[in-house]
Write a new protein. Structure first.
Ligand SMILES: Cc1ncc(COP(=O)(O)O)c(C=O)c1O
Length: 337
């Protein structure tokens, strides 16, 4: 099977497993796991931020960040397609007791003007706006990337209104590679960043939350309350270190593979509107003889897995377990559909 359902389906390679197997570990709740400490420091330094916190998942690091930034009754501003809003089980309400002001963005991205317009006035009838959460790349926006200048403008609005700025960077390295950016630019602008190691980077588990030292100290307490204090977590952190050392630059290959598949899809009658493909995610409308479901079934008959994300939309995600030969095979299958 060639699996395009998600970049979360990647499996650790033998080299990654060896690094995990040989990891030096300790009790991370006592901050004595050298490999976890190394991963946290490595990412914090890469982004020019003060500290990092290893979390079990991207959902956990986003939710820990939101809980740490807010008080119950606050309002969080984000795009209406944000993972933190639509795919984290209502976690913002459940964990933080906050409400969300979802904005109608452009493929998962919002503007400074929209943020400025969404901030509640200082009025006791209104929830207090305290946090803006962005997502880069934006998953439901088809892996779309923010322009750095747009983030800078959002940051200015946040500073003028004393709002914190969080980044769900589940696929931030895809944006960094696609746009040839310096991670420190992100570190400069955000109060917190969640980085996933278990998407295109290929680690089996783990995310790291980055921020200032005092923020991370508070987040550490929240992570503990959420049940996320792990013990010899260095075995997992070792996979993250391996991923950062070996799998960042190769994301460009996934982006090239995505473009090759896009070209094949665009030859077909059944391909309707497609989001511009900027990174490793392809989302397109299905028209004519197939529904999204029946096209996904056709792919499956040819040993290719894709995801029908709505009755009319298919998503295909490129990642490290999809080789050049698999892309060629997929292109020839598409030609015959
Ligand atoms: C944009 C985004 N944020 C956060 C997450 C959550 O990551 P996890 O599945 O590790 O909880 C995902 C997962 O797919 C995601 O796509």
């Amino acid at each position: 099977m060639i699996d395009f359902r998600s970049d979360t389906f990647t499996k650790p390679t033998p080299a990654m497993l060896e690094k995990m197997f040989n990891a030096e570990v300790g009790d991370d709740v006592f901050k004595e796991d050298p490999t976890v400490n190394k991963l946290q420091t490595m990412l914090a330094e890469m982004f020019g931020m003060e500290a990092g916190l290893f979390c079990a998942s991207g959902t956990m690091s986003n939710q820990v960040a939101i809980k740490t930034h807010t008080q119950p009754g606050d309002e969080v501003i984000c795009d209406k397609l944000s993972h933190v809003y639509i795919y984290e089980g209502g976690g913002i309400a459940f964990n933080s007791g906050c409400q969300v002001k979802p904005l109608e963005g452009n493929r998962g991205r919002i503007t400074a003007q929209q943020v400025a317009g969404a901030i509640n006035p200082n009025d006791i009838h209104k929830a207090q706006s305290t946090l803006v959460s962005l997502e880069n790349t934006a998953n439901r926006g088809g892996g779309s990337c923010y322009e750095m200048s747009d983030i800078q403008q959002i940051k200015e609005v946040c500073l003028e209104n004393s709002l914190k700025l969080h980044l769900d960077g589940a696929r931030l390295f895809n944006a960094i590679v696609a746009k040839d950016e310096d991670p420190k630019e992100y570190g400069n602008l955000f109060d917190s960043i969640s980085i996933c190691l278990s998407k295109g980077l290929g680690a089996p588990v783990g995310s790291v939350l980055l921020g200032k030292e005092d923020f991370i100290n508070k987040a550490l307490r929240v992570r503990k309350v959420f049940g996320g204090g792990m013990r010899q977590a260095g075995y997992l952190a070792a996979a993250g270190i391996y991923a950062l050392e070996n799998n960042v630059n190769r994301l460009a290959l996934d982006h090239r593979h995505a473009q090759q598949i896009v070209a094949a899809l665009k030859e077909k009658e059944f391909t309707g509107d497609m989001y511009p493909v900027e990174t490793n995610i392809i989302i397109f409308e299905v028209k004519g003889k197939y529904s999204a479901k029946s096209l996904a079934e056709k792919f499956k008959e040819n040993e290719i897995l894709v995801m029908a994300i709505s009755p009319t939309q298919i998503r295909m995600v490129l990642h490290l377990d999809v080789t050049e030969e698999m892309v060629k095979e997929t292109i020839s299958v598409i030609a015959g559909l």
